[in-house]
Ligand binder design. Sequence first.
Ligand SMILES: [Zn+2]
Length: 390
Amino acid sequence: MSSTVITNIASLVTNDPSLGDSSALGLIQDAAVVIDGDRIAWAGESSKAPATDNRVDAGGRAVIPGFVDSHSHLVFAGDRTQEFNARMSGRGYSAGGIRTTVAATRAATDAELEEGLVRYLAEALRQGTTTLETKSGYGLTVEDEARALRIAAAHMDEVTYLGAHIVSPDYADDPAAYVALVTGEMLDACAPHARWIDVFCEQGAFDGDQARAILTAGRAKGLHPRIHANQLSYGPGVQLAVELDAASADHCTHLTDADVDALANSRTVATLLPGAEFSTRAQWPDARRLLDAGVTVALSTDCNPGSSFTSSVPFCIALAVRDMRMTPDEALWSATAGGAQALRRTDLGRLTPGAYADLAILDAPSHVHLAYRPGVPLVSEVWRHGRRVA
Ligand SMILES: [Zn+2]
């Protein structure tokens, strides 16, 4: 294994409060970071960097941890341009549009699904995302859910079984039978390929009792829960997430004070997905309220063909800062360390000794430029597990 120092960094975000300016970001000015194999070995002021085999000059640019995008739906086929176009011309969004993607995904070959996944992973990587979670949920049969997870697991570590995305159209008249399938035969076929289990807890999808049954069954098979909660309306999702110690409650757009309190007193991260509100012209989640209450917040893309077809974390950071009143520092933390926490990973989302050497070099002197210069492709180099990959 060889060691490399990246030096002449104007501003380094470590997400380690014991380093640098002792903020949550652990900012170090005029910094260097040392990579040994696939891990970070050292971070600090460049004048104090230890000797290494190789040296990379960052040229006075900023370095941040690679983005940890903890919520996406990338195994799909088909196109929903028309639906987006219609919606932007005045029609509302409901959970039903998922059926369009289900039909196209079932009709696709394994190779087509894999090709799409690989394309979106590469697209995300170029924009600084070094870890992605993704879900099944567009198959909704035993075979189609298992193959989506098998394809995902061949390319990524964080894979989520979402047989409970919506009630399968094949079971429209008998949702209880579909829940039995999701918690029975489908779960048995899917559990070997996944780390997580998720459910869309929402009017028109699954209610609180169904969601509890699904997540509890998954947990009994060794899958850890996460929930699509309180996206389109108030509901039991967030409370259920806390009750089951879910790693994350995702969306969190419609919250009562009791929901906010429950999150603040739990290990459950609130994952905000502003791409969805952007693409459906919906009300923004109140990030400020969550942060001020002491809730841990993550920021992710929700990349999916229906309600948020962006793989760009920098775009979500800009939205979070402009429209959700997160500070640029909070937004960057939530998109890196926050995402890692939503996946219960301590080896990602920070540039501190022992963590994976996953980082992005920005064409900017500071991470603040991600929100200050929205829409500008500022990610100029990406390193994953100690190797330059983009
Ligand atoms: Zn989602």
